[in-house]
Write a protein that binds this ligand. Structure first.
Ligand code: DAH
Length: 340
């Protein structure tokens, strides 16, 4: 019997020495401690032992069982600790590693400027309307009081798509579309792309404008100047103001060219304002009675103000950009400067 126990002890030690994981450990338990396990077999042998020897042998078996169980527990603890250590190691975050770069895009300076402009006018209660980029002659010219053969058509070099179908040369046709769809009071902004066959450092064949139109009773040039003062102050700084100069547009009467006092030199004269103290920023005026009448609005009852702002021009002034092509080349070295 003792011999048997000794052999089993050796087997047990050998098995324990080979255990690498919890699964093997559980197999080991079944093999030795299970109902049909080796230790249970040993107990069965106890029946064969003589009565006198039985207590002593029983004691030996029990001691063997206890020591085997202790060995098992010890190994289980070791394996648990190793497992915990492995998990901790795997789940550790090395905070000394440089973070993965998440490249961040940014809005285009034209979009930034456009949004800023919309914000200012939205604060005054303007709604947004967008018209089509492919426009007909009627909306782009005729109903804006620019008849066929009118010399004012030469003011803008037009891209033709078909006879009487063009790429809009300005956002002003948006005025006609709004007044066709809606009766006064009207207070809308029409932002969008416009197209002219023109290209140099300050002109691009495609650029952006923002049209403004207000139609109601008793609208005057003072309303126009008041709104534009707020606009330029928001864009160029608290201390600037506007100046209106007489001009000509077929769709407004009177028409004005709007200058802003130079935000660079405060009006003293500098390179930016060409030593005049003023910078031209937009055109506007009082909506021509013919234009109102063309849209079924009675010019005796209502009057309107309108303005058209070049978004590139505002962006170039605001950011000190001296060549319009920078706005369309999409050179990342340029665009990255507008990241916030
Ligand atoms: N449409 C004109 C242009 O593109 C700008 C303009 C001038 C718009 C006067 C207006 C305005 O609404 O009243 O040159």
């Amino acid at each position: 019997m003792e011999e048997l126990i000794k052999k089993l002890g050796e087997q047990l030690d050998a098995s324990l020495a080979n255990i690498r994981g919890k699964e093997e450990l559980s197999d080991f338990w079944q093999e030795f401690f299970g109902k049909k396990g080796k230790i249970a077999d040993l107990m069965k042998n106890l029946g064969k032992v003589s009565k006198e020897e039985r207590p002593a042998v029983g004691k030996i078996i029990n001691e063997f069982k206890e020591s085997a169980e202790a060995k098992y527990r010890e190994l289980e603890k070791k394996l648990d600790a190793a497992e915990l250590e492995r998990r901790n190691r795997e789940e550790t975050i090395d905070i000394t590693l440089p973070a993965k770069k998440q490249p961040k895009g940014s809005l285009h300076p034209i979009t930034i400027t456009k949004n800023e402009m919309i914000n200012v006018f939205a604060g005054m209660g303007f709604e947004i309307f967008e018209g089509p980029e492919i426009e007909d002659d009627d909306h782009n010219f005729t109903r804006l009081n620019v008849a066929k053969n009118h010399p004012a058509r030469d003011m803008q070099d037009t891209f033709y798509v078909a006879e009487d179908i063009i790429l809009r040369t300005h956002t002003s046709p948006g005025q006609i579309r709004v007044m066709d769809a809606k009766k006064p009071p009207i207070k809308v902004l029409v932002p969008g792309r416009v197209f002219r066959s023109d290209s140099d450092a300050t002109h691009s064949p495609m650029f952006h404008q923002m049209e403004g139109l207000v139609v109601d009773k008793h609208i005057t040039l003072c309303d126009l100047q008041g709104m534009l003062d707020k606009f330029v102050q928001n864009i160029f700084g608290e201390n600037v103001k506007t100046r209106l100069r007489p001009s000509y547009f077929p769709f407004t009467e009177p028409s004005v060219e709007v200058d802003v006092s130079c935000f660079e030199c405060g009006g003293k004269g500098c390179g930016l304002c060409k030593h005049t103290g003023w910078i031209e920023v937009l055109g506007g005026g009082i909506v021509h009675r013919n234009v109102l009448a063309n849209c079924g609005i009675d010019p005796e009852e209502y009057s309107g103000l309108a303005f058209g702002i070049g978004i590139e021009r505002i962006a170039m002034l605001k950011y000190g950009i001296n060549n319009i092509s920078l706005l369309f080349e999409n050179d990342l070295r340029f665009l990255r400067q507008f990241r916030d």
